[in-house]
Structures are given as C-alpha cells and as structure tokens.
Design a protein around this ligand. Structure first.
Ligand SMILES: Nc1ncnc2c1ncn2[C@@H]1O[C@H](COP(=O)(O)OP(=O)(O)O)[C@@H](O)[C@H]1O
Ligand SMILES: [Mg+2]
Length: 234
C-alpha cells in the first residue's frame, strides 16, 4: 500500500479534514446518465482512505444489485427510502462516517427534494448530447430550489473532442463543469458486473482507472473547499 499513489494521496488529504460527515448526492433527471456508475466508482475510491457509506436511494436498485455480488466489505451499502435519508445521514454522522454518497432516482419523485437537501454537494453526470444537455435545465432547477451547490461531469464522452467541448460550453453558464471527462468505456460496466470498480481490476484499461481517479481527486478538493466554507460560516 505504501507505494500506491492513490492511497498516499488520499490519506494525506484525509488528515487535512475536520471531523464531520460530508454528503454527496449524484443526481440527474435523465435515466442512464451514469449516476449509479459514478456513485459506485467514487465510493470505492473514497473508501480507500475514509469511512464511506453508499446509499442506494433509487428504487431501481442498481447499487444494491452491485453490492450483492460484491465480496468486499467497503464501502458499506444501504438501501434507503428518500423519506428516511435525514435519519440515515444523522446516523452516519454519529457512526463517524466521513463521506456519504447518495445514488438518487432519475425522476423528481416525492422525496427527491429531501435527498438533495441533505447533500453538501450535488454531482450531475451529463452525456454530451443535445437531449441530455437540455434535460439538465430541470435538474439544475431542482438543485437550486434545494439551495445546494452542484457541478457537472461529462460522462460517456466519445473520443471526439469537439462534441465534448461543445457540451462544456453549453453547460458552463449553468454551473462548474469538472475539468476531467469520463470516457465511454466498457471497462466501467464490466467491472460493475463483477461487483467491483475499475480501480479494483488489474486487467482493466488504465485510461478508465486514471479518469475516475483524476475526477475523484478534483471532486475531493472541491469538497474540501465546501467544508472549509461551511466551517467558516459555522
Ligand atoms: N463512462 C461509461 N462508459 C461506458 N458505459 C457507461 C459509462 N457510464 C455508465 N455506463 C453505462 O450506461 C448505463 C447507464 O448507467 P447508470 O450508471 O446505470 O445510469 P443511471 O444510474 O444514471 O441511470 C449502464 O449500462 C452503464 O453500465
Ligand atoms: Mg441508477
């Protein structure tokens, strides 16, 4: 582990943190944008340096199905009805979980607002296509109504840089876009089928591992900023 760049970098960040639970919601109104895939991959990376709870708040149960095939204890996965999310996050705080990641349902179901309200930050995955970009309007309206900061991440990006840049340009007025783009790579879905994440499969494409790691590190520094603001405001 000592030679592992991932664990070194994350454990040093870990020591920078004030005690407390940071909650991240992965949300978009668009089904298939990559919410569950990203929630799982981020949780697995985060669990290397922190105590992480992954909450499956989508009745479709993608995250729970993944957890059932998984042979490893971390991250801890729970299934939750949106109506119980406040209680779950408060329990996670008591149990000293450092990060809670909530995989949200795609629709503005009753209770979605409750999911967004517990979040310190909302991640909105967007595929770089016109219908997906157009659909972010309502997603952003909901995050704004919940009074929570959000950022976009381009997921399933094709190799063509032009489409990706157009998507970034279209999204930027509505909020920060992560500078790391997640490519359309079969490695992401293949890993999930085995109850793993790409970072846990030695055979998988380095590109997929690097992308998700770089995105995680960007998000991590973003969250540190938010925590700093929260502490300053407290
Ligand atoms: N970066 C990616 N590359 C390739 N396939 C992806 C990627 N992200 C998601 N997928 C696939 O797209 C489909 C929808 O992803 P999922 O995470 O279930 O979306 P959501 O939770 O938003 O409905 C799944 O089959 C998943 O394996
Ligand atoms: Mg899902």
């Amino acid at each position: 582990m000592g030679n592992d760049p991932m664990s070194v970098s994350m454990s040093s960040r870990h020591h920078d943190r004030a005690p407390g639970t940071c909650t991240l919601a992965v949300f978009s109104q668009k089904g298939g944008s990559g919410k569950s895939t990203l929630a799982i991959h981020l949780s697995v990376l985060a669990a290397r340096g922190r105590k992480v709870l992954l909450v499956d708040a989508d009745p479709q149960g993608t995250v729970s199905a993944w957890a059932e095939t998984r042979q490893r204890p971390d991250p801890l996965v729970v299934r939750a009805d949106p109506s119980s999310i406040t209680e779950i996050v408060s329990h996670a705080t008591t149990e000293r979980f450092e990060l809670v990641i909530v995989d949200c349902p795609p629709h503005a179901a009753a209770g979605t607002t409750a999911l967004l309200r517990v979040a310190d930050h909302i991640v909105i995955p967007v595929q770089p296509s016109m219908p997906d970009i157009a659909a972010t309007r309502r997603t952003v309206a909901l995050t704004t109504a919940a009074g929570k900061p959000h950022s976009f991440v381009i997921n399933r990006a094709p190799a063509r840089a032009l489409e990706v840049q157009q998507a970034i340009d279209a999204l930027t007025p509505a909020g920060p876009v992560a500078p790391v783009t997640i490519g359309d790579r079969r490695a992401f879905s293949r890993a999930l089928t085995d109850g793993l994440a790409v970072s846990e499969r030695a055979k998988d494409e380095d590109k997929a591992v690097l992308e998700i790691l770089r995105y995680y590190l960007w998000l991590d520094s973003h969250l540190l900023e938010i925590e700093r603001c929260n502490r300053a405001a407290a």
